[in-house]
Every structure is written in structure tokens, then in C-alpha cells.
Design a protein around this ligand. Structure first.
Ligand SMILES: [Zn+2]
Length: 465
């Protein structure tokens, strides 16, 4: 189950698009629920209200505060005509065909060149010419430079023409998502197959990737996720009037793995935004739980088909990751290359040396990334090699070991130092943000022993068991 709410101003007239109306209806329903829960901070933010924009470029792109636009019925002053720049066609040719005389063209080009080279316009660029209804006199030209910005050339009686940039207005949606992992499903499949029209299909792979990145220091999504696990999160979606999304930001998330909740709350500090657990500790540690890109591996490879190999995983000193030959292998932590060559049953092996006595090993590689040799310094997440089947193997996979002072240890149980927690002076602000964001979460799809459910209660109630 999920819901979506954007925060358009009351009284906005939305016409034409049924999906917009449906969204507005949904918004109203959700808004009531959220208000009842007492959270307004996040939802009230943003520059909503642009669904009401009329299709002409006449509408102002300015952010009006508060954004109340009443419906206005008046005869249009100008007529707009949009033409598309063909491949090989110059803007001058296009304007000429549209009836713009050469003197007018010259003065237009002069102004335009100060802002954007007419030669750099791509084929397919939409050019909208607006003319006064009364006398057919050209008054403005809008060039859609890309999805997010347009250049407007406007007649100005004093200086002839003047130019200005306009940013495509955006709307902020707050979307909530909740689901659980079914038998033989990965997180990737669960989210992609989620029966929820409020979560745009084109957003989903990006969301899987974001969730995996948030939790990659705490959870091995490739091995640990199992049927019965569940997730819920709330994200902000920056959308254009045509419905496409420009950015997403996960505000709060909870993943329940084997009845144990893992929580993440986004918090913006002065110099960075990061995810923290409810105690204010950063989710980031010196090591990621797995050396592969989650989406890349799960989107084209079913680990479960390799289930027999999983049996070995428990018994031997490392963790095996089934993946296609050639899949990039990433350093789980920053360090220095200690070994990068062939070594018996390991095949092509990379050993990285990290601070505090930790080493990591990556085996059976098809080959090494460029520049990876003894003594090379690598950063966390850097590509060090590629999955292969060298050494003693029956199928391509990555064998990964995590060692402390030479002894293999389980990265899941070892206590790793985290990145800096919330600084003391930001604790109150964090607590406030957390309350707001946790309240935005949808109900947990399964019972969580001590998850964020309790934390969503008003202050005071959370302490009661
Ligand atoms: Zn192995």
C-alpha cells in the first residue's frame, strides 16, 4: 500500500488531465490523514501549484508565495505557435519560414547570442512564437533548451528585444511505499512488481538503487534478504509538469530483515546530507557489506538459481556472490592494494589492506581494473576488477573475504566504527526532523518488534513499552 501527496494550494483549478485530477483527489485524502497525524513540516514545503499552469508561455515561472492562482477567464491576448527545429536547419531558417523578417531576425540573434549560441541548438528543439491577436505582431519567442530550462526572447519597446532564462517549474510530491518480500523474490523484484499505481514505474529501479545504497553498510541485500522481510519508506519526488521526475530523495526508510528493523533518517547538516539511525549514528561505516552494485547484479542475475553454491557460503571463510562474468567488483573500503596477481585456487586475486588491521580479498576475477597493482591506493566503491571464473570454481562468481589481523571474520557480526554521528549541537534539530519524517512513513506491512512504529508516536508515548 502506498499513497502520494503533493501540496497544491487550495482552490487551484486543474482541468483536462484526468491523472492530475485523480492525483489531486488522492492528495486530499492523504493530506487529511497526515494532518491528523500532526505532521506538516515536510509536506508543506516546496513550490507546488504549477499543475494549474495554462499551456501558453504566458504563465510566469516565478515562485509566488503563497501560490494561489485563481482561474481567470479572459480572451487571450496572443496566439502561440510551436515549431520544431529540424536536423540541419538553422534557427534563422526556422524563423524565416515562420514569417519573421530578416531585420527582426538580426536583432533577435544579437540578443540571443549573449545568452546561448543559436548554433548550439539541438534538432528537435521546440520554438514557440507568440503573436498579438490584434495585429499578428511577434511579441515573444521561447526556446526550450532542455527539459529544465527555456530561453525567452521578449519584445521590449525600449531596447528592442531582451532575453531571460526560465526554469521549468517543478512540483514536489511526497510518495510513500511499503511492501514485503515474497517467496523467491529479491528486493528489486518486490519493488518492481509492487502493485501500487502511486509509485511511477519509471522511478522504481532508481528507488531500489537508492535503498540499497542507504543500507549497503548495514545489510547484505544479496544474501540476507528473505521471504517475510519488509520495507517501507517515504521519498520526495521532484517532478516536471509533464509528470517526468527530475530527482528523488528518500526522507526516511525502514527495512525489516529477519524481524530486525534497520532504520534510516535523512538529515541535512551544513556541509552534507546523510542517513542516520534513530540514535543519530551515521549508517556509513568503513566497509560496505558487499563488493558489487546491487541493482546491477540483481537486475540481470538470479542468485537463487545458484542456490547450491549458497551451501558452501556458510561453511567456508568467505562469501560467494553469483554474478555475470565481467561485472565490476568494487572495493568495500578504502585502502592500499597489497596483492593483485594469480594465486592457486583463488585464481586472479586482489587483496586490499585497510586501516586498523583489516584486509579484504576478492577472488576468481576475470581480470584487474586498470592501475590496480601492489601499492595502488583505492577508495571505497572504486572498481578494482571484474567477476570471472579463474581458479577453483564451477561457475563465475566473486569470492569475498573480510579479515581482521589475518583471521577471517564475519562482516555481519564484527563491530565496525561508523562515520561521524550527528554533532551534539544538531541533536535537537535531528530529533525534530526524525519525528516529522517518521510520521510520514506508511504503516509497517508486517509487525515490527521495535521499529519506527513506536518512534512515530507523539513524544512521550515512544517510551511506553
Ligand atoms: Zn567462495
Amino acid at each position: 500500500m502506498a499513497s502520494r501527496n503533493q501540496a497544491p494550494p487550495d482552490g487551484v483549478t486543474v482541468t483536462g488531465q484526468p491523472n492530475v485530477e485523480a492525483r489531486a483527489r488522492r492528495m486530499k485524502r492523504v493530506k487529511r490523514r497526515v494532518w491528523a497525524a500532526g505532521a506538516v513540516g515536510v509536506i508543506a514545503a516546496g513550490t507546488a501549484g504549477f499543475w494549474s499552469m495554462p499551456p501558453t508561455p504566458e504563465a510566469s515561472a516565478e515562485v509566488v508565495e503563497p501560490p494561489l492562482l485563481a482561474a481567470v477567464y479572459a480572451p487571450p491576448r496572443d496566439v502561440a505557435e510551436t515549431v520544431v527545429l529540424d536536423a540541419g536547419q538553422t534557427l534563422g531558417e526556422l524563423l524565416g519560414e515562420a514569417g519573421v523578417g530578416s531585420v527582426e531576425q538580426a536583432s533577435l540573434m544579437l540578443v540571443m547570442r549573449e545568452h546561448h549560441s543559436p548554433r548550439r541548438l539541438r534538432p528537435g528543439t521546440e520554438v514557440t512564437l507568440s503573436r498579438w491577436v490584434a495585429d499578428d505582431y511577434l511579441r515573444a519567442i521561447d526556446l526550450q533548451l532542455n527539459a529544465d530550462s527555456a530561453l525567452r526572447l521578449e519584445r521590449d519597446d525600449a531596447v528592442g528585444w531582451r532575453a531571460s532564462y526560465r526554469l521549468t517549474p517543478v512540483v514536489w510530491d511526497t510518495v510513500t511505499v511499503a511492501g514485503s518480500i515474497e517467496e523467491d523474490q529479491s528486493l528489486y523484484q518486490s519493488l518492481l512488481e509492487l502493485d501500487d499505481p502511486a509509485v511511477p514505474v519509471e522511478d522504481r529501479i532508481g528507488l531500489v538503487s537508492r535503498l540499497a545504497r542507504i543500507f549497503e553498510y548495514r545489510l547484505d541485500f544479496l544474501h540476507d534478504v528473505q521471504a517475510g522481510d519488509s520495507y517501507r519508506f517515504v521519498y520526495e519526488r521532484e517532478g516536471r509538469p509533464d509528470g517526468s521526475a527530475r530527482a528523488h530523495t528518500v526522507l526516511a526508510a525502514e527495512f525489516v530483515n529477519r524481524a530486525r528493523p534497520f532504520s534510516a533518517i535523512r538529515f541535512e547538516l551544513d556541509d552534507r546530507a546523510d542517513y542516520f539511525d534513530p540514535e543519530g549514528n551515521s549508517l556509513r561505516t568503513a566497509f560496505k557489506r558487499y563488493p558489487l552494485d546491487y541493482v546491477r547484479v540483481t537486475s540481470n542475475f538470479s542468485w537463487r538459481r545458484y542456490h547450491p553454491v549458497l551451501g558452501i557460503y556458510r561453511a567456508h571463510v568467505g562469501t560467494d556472490f553469483g554474478a555475470r562474468t565481467g561485472t565490476p567488483v568494487l572495493a568495500t573500503g578504502s585502502g592500499v592494494v597489497d596483492f593483485a596477481a594469480r594465486k592457486g585456487g583463488y585464481g586472479n586475486l586482489v587483496i586490499l589492506r585497510h586501516p586498523a588491521g583489516y584486509t579484504t580479498r576478492y577472488a576468481h576475477l576475470r581480470g584487474f581494473a586498470r592501475g590496480i597493482r601492489r601499492g595502488t591506493r583505492v577508495e571505497q566503491g572504486q572498481v578494482i576488477g571484474y567477476v570471472g571464473a579463474t581458479g577453483t570454481v564451477t561457475a563465475p562468481h566473486l569470492h569475498y573475504e573480510f579479515r581482521l589481523n589475518g583471521q577471517p571474520v564475519n562482516p555481519r557480526t564484527v563491530d565496525l566504527p561508523s562515520a561521524e554521528p550527528i554533532p551534539a549541537e544538531a541533536r535537537d534539530a535531528f530529533a525534530e526532523t526524525m519525528r516529522e519524517r517518521v510520521r510520514l512513513l506508511p504503516p509497517a506491512p508486517v509487525d515490527v518488534p521495535r521499529g519506527l512504529v513506536a518512534m512515530g508516536q507523539p513524544v512521550g508515548a515512544a517510551a511506553t513499552p
